[in-house]
Design a protein around this ligand. Structure first.
Ligand SMILES: Nc1ncnc2c1ncn2[C@@H]1O[C@H](COP(=O)(O)OP(=O)(O)O)[C@@H](O)[C@H]1O
Ligand SMILES: Nc1nc2c(ncn2[C@H]2C[C@H](O)[C@@H](COP(=O)(O)O)O2)c(=O)[nH]1
Length: 217
């Protein structure tokens, strides 16, 4: 059983790489709830009002995906539950959640992570794959994808939100020690449109998985 989780800022390329990995490794892909997410557009319209609700929504959906993923053999998840806290605390720091909401959320997340530990013999993912992109690349990709409510034209204050989110990922990744990890340079490798880049990225990930397998034997 192999569990891979993707991590990275908005537009980094997590979903694209998830699809490629699932195909390459012949595993099932689990995607974050975006198109069917009723709260996401509300959050972008009024973050002050909906930051807490959105976070609970995502946490619930992620928990659901993890439960389904763990009952399966091999799988790839397009965003890790470990980034939830990063996203929520950024919003809390921006004054979009009060102290009680932060307390309730932190406690719920801790509880859920403990519950995941007890769900399966597989307690941690085999590998966390962080797709790192520069701030400029992040903006370029968000624009390329074109989700209306994520565009700077829709809300110019998103510029600062995105900038801060992207910069927090570096510290987050450095400190991450829950399972083996690898960083993919999403600026350097255009793995969506360039076949050679795609092959190189998949090779890096497969080499890391081999290295981990060697360490475990
Ligand atoms: N390495 C890459 N090279 C070129 N385009 C990319 C790359 N990664 C992602 N994209 C494009 O950027 C946009 C966002 O990618 P996506 O996979 O949806 O990101 P995420 O899931 O991290 O939010 C999509 O239009 C995708 O085609
Ligand atoms: N406030 C939060 N927003 C989140 C969280 N997880 C995802 N998102 C947002 C960010 C994007 O607009 C969209 C999809 O994310 P991608 O990175 O896959 O593009 O959902 C969260 O936990 N909190």
């Amino acid at each position: 059983m192999t569990v891979l989780v993707l991590a990275g800022t908005i537009g980094a390329g997590k979903s694209s790489l998830t699809e490629m990995l699932a195909e390459e490794l012949e595993t099932q892909a689990f995607y974050e709830s975006v198109h069917d997410n009723k709260v996401l557009p509300l959050f972008y319209e009024n973050p002050q009002k909906y930051a807490f609700l959105l976070q609970i929504y995502f946490l619930n959906k992620r928990f659901d995906s993890i439960k389904r993923a763990l009952s399966d053999n091999n799988n790839v998840l397009d965003r890790s539950i470990y980034e939830d806290s990063l996203l929520f605390h950024l919003n809390a720091d921006l004054g979009r959640a009060d102290e009680t909401e932060v307390e309730v959320y932190d406690d719920l997340l801790k509880n859920m992570l403990e519950e995941i530990d007890s769900l399966s013999f597989k307690k941690r993912p085999d590998l966390l794959i962080h797709v790192k992109v520069s701030f400029d690349k992040m903006l370029e990709r968000i624009k390329k994808r074109g989700r209306q409510f994520e565009q700077l034209e829709y809300d110019p204050s998103l510029y600062d939100y995105y900038k801060e989110l992207n910069s927090r990922y570096d510290t987050w990744f450095e400190a991450f020690d829950i399972c083996p990890k690898i960083q993919i340079d999403g600026d350097k490798y255009d793995f969506v449109e360039n076949e050679q880049s795609k092959i190189q990225v998949l090779q890096q990930i497969k080499a890391k998985l081999k290295e981990i397998e060697g360490e475990n034997n």
